[in-house]
Design a protein around this ligand. Structure first.
Ligand code: CBY
Length: 392
C-alpha cells in the first residue's frame, strides 16, 4: 500500500485511513502519507470530489499523532459542507442524480458527523432512503454503497442518542428503518462462500455488519466464513491493488470507519507488517512473453466496431485498448482518468461518460460485466472484450 505507484496524492487517503485504523505504520511512514495528502488537498481543493475530501478528513483526523500538531479541521470541514450542498443542489437540478454518487455522499455524511460539521438530520434521512435509485447500478443493489450508507446512518444515530443532536423521534424512527432495510439488502447479496456482494465490497460490508448487530440475527451472518474466503483470496493476489487492500484491512482487524477519533492517540507498529503470503507475482512477465489474440469491440447502442488484436500474454484490458487505438485511432481512441482503483475510462470515440444522465463506459468480457477495472483485469487468449456505452 505504501510503495505502490497508485497511492499518490489524494489517492493515499484510503491507505492512510486504513493503516492508521490498523495501527501498523511507523511514525515516519505516517508522516510521508500525511504530507502527500496535505499537499494534494492544498493544491487541488476546488477540484476534489466531495468524497475525496471526506476521505482526506477521515484519514488526517483518524487519530492524534505524536507531535500533537493539530490540523485545521474546521476549514476542511467547512469546505466539505459546501461540497455536500453542491451534491444536493445537483440532485435537485438533475433528476435526483448527485455530482458523484451515494457512496461519496455517505462518506461526506460520515465525515461531517464524526468531525462536528453542519448537516440536517432530516435531509440526510431523506437522501439515504433505501428506495433511492442511487443505491442501484443496472438494477443491482450496490453493496459498497449500502455499506457506506449504513456506517453514515449509525454515526448519525449515535450522535442523536448521545444527545449531541436534538432529538426528533420521527427522524430516529426513519433512521432505524433505513438501517434495517439496508442491512437486509446487504445480507441478500451474500454468496455461498460468504462474500457480501463481490470480493471488493466485502470489507466495507463487514464494517457495516460489525456496527449494526442490533439489526439482524446472529444466524444470518457467519463472520468467520466470510473472513476465511477473504483470506484465501488475499493469498491468491486479489488485493494487489492498494485501494483494494486498504478497503479490506480494517474489517480484518475488527475495525470500522466509526473508530475514527481525532482525540485518541495513534497506535504505531514497526512498519514491517509481517505478511505471511508469498510476494505478489508481477502481472506482466518480464521475459519475452508469447503473444495472444483477443477480440475487442466498442459498442454504442446497436453499432459494434470490432478488431482482433495481438498482445503479450499477461496483458491487461488497457493494453488491448492501447493496441487497438494504435491500429485504428478513429474507431478506438479513448481517454482515461486516474482513480484510486487505477485507470478509469472516461471517453471512447470522443463520447464522454456523464453522471447527470447516469452514462458510463461499461467493461465486459465474454458478455459478462467485469468486477475489475482496465488496469487490473488480465485478459486471456480468445477473450471477447467489450467497452459498451451504458446507462447505470
Ligand atoms: N469512490 C467512488 O466514488 C466509487 C464508488 C463505487 C460504488 C465503487 C465501485 C466502490 C468502492 N469501494 O469504491 C463505484 N464503483 C461507482 C459509484 C461507480 C460508478 C461511477 C460513476 C459515478 N456515478 O460516480 C459507475 C459508473 C457505475 C462505475 N462505478 C463504473 C465502474 C466500471 C468502470 C469502467 C470504466 N469506465 O473504466 C467498472 C470497471 C465495472 C464495469 N464492468 O464496467 C467498475 N466500476 C468496477 C469494477 C468497480 C469496482 C472496482 C474493483 C477493482 N478491483 O477494480 C468497485 C470497487 C468500484 C470502484 N467499481 Co465502479 C465495485 C466492486 O466491484 N465492489 C470514492 C472515491 C473517493 O474514491
Amino acid at each position: 500500500m505504501i510503495n505502490s505507484k497508485y497511492t499518490k496524492g489524494i489517492h493515499a487517503a484510503n491507505v492512510l485511513l486504513s493503516l492508521r485504523l490498523g495501527g501498523i505504520l511507523n511514525p515516519n511512514q505516517e508522516q510521508q502519507l500525511i504530507q502527500q495528502i496535505n499537499t494534494a488537498v492544498e493544491n487541488k481543493k476546488p477540484s476534489l470530489t466531495s468524497g475525496q475530501l471526506a476521505l482526506a478528513i477521515l484519514a488526517l483526523g483518524a487519530c492524534k499523532g505524536p507531535d500533537g500538531i493539530s490540523i485545521n479541521y474546521s476549514e476542511l470541514v467547512g469546505d466539505l459542507e459546501n461540497k455536500f450542498q453542491a451534491e444536493i443542489k445537483n440532485m435537485e437540478d438533475h433528476d435526483g442524480n448527485p455530482l458523484t454518487n451515494y457512496y461519496q455522499l455517505s462518506l461526506d455524511i460520515l465525515a461531517l458527523c464524526l468531525f462536528s460539521g453542519n448537516y440536517s438530520i432530516t435531509e440526510v434521512t431523506k437522501i439515504l432512503d433505501p428506495e433511492s435509485k442511487n443505491y442501484y447500478f443496472h438494477e443491482q443493489f450496490s453493496v459498497d454503497t449500502g455499506a457506506m450508507a449504513v456506517l453514515a446512518l449509525i454515526c448519525v444515530k449515535r450522535s442523536i442518542t448521545s444527545g449531541q443532536n436534538k432529538i426528533d423521534t420521527s427522524d430516529l424512527e426513519n433512521i432505524d428503518n433505513h438501517i434495517e432495510s439496508l442491512i437486509a439488502k446487504i445480507l441478500s447479496q451474500k454468496t455461498e462462500n460468504g462474500l457480501l456482494g463481490n470480493i471488493y465490497s466485502t470489507g466495507e460490508a463487514m464494517q457495516a455488519l460489525f456496527v449494526s448487530s442490533d439489526y439482524y440475527n446472529k444466524s444470518q451472518w457467519v463472520c468467520q466464513k466470510t473472513r476465511d474466503t477473504v483470506l484465501t483470496e488475499i493469498s491468491q493476489g486479489a488485493f494487489r491493488m492498494p485501494t483494494a487492500a486498504a478497503q479490506i484491512l480494517p474489517a480484518l482487524m475488527g475495525k470500522t470507519y466509526l473508530d475514527v477519533n481525532k482525540d485518541s492517540s495513534c497506535v504505531y507498529g514497526s512498519g514491517n507488517f509481517n505478511i505471511s503470503t508469498q510476494d505478489p507475482i508481477s502481472v506482466t512477465p518480464a521475459v519475452s512473453a508469447s503473444q495472444i489474440k483477443v477480440n475487442y469491440s466498442v459498442v454504442i447502442n446497436n453499432a459494434k466496431d470490432r478488431i482482433v488484436v495481438s498482445v503479450a500474454d499477461g496483458s491487461v484490458f488497457l493494453d488491448v485498448m492501447e493496441q487497438a487505438q494504435k491500429e485504428n485511432a478513429t474507431l478506438f481512441s479513448f481517454t482515461v482518468e486516474e482513480s484510486s482503483w487505477g485507470p478509469y475510462i472516461t471517453t471512447v470515440q470522443g463520447i464522454k461518460a456523464n453522471n447527470n444522465d447516469r452514462t458510463y463506459w461499461e467493461l465486459l468480457s465474454n458478455g459478462e460485466h467485469l468486477s475489475q477495472g482496465v488496469g487490473s483485469y488480465v485478459v486471456h487468449a480468445g477473450d471477447d472484450l467489450e467497452v459498451r456505452w451504458s446507462t447505470y
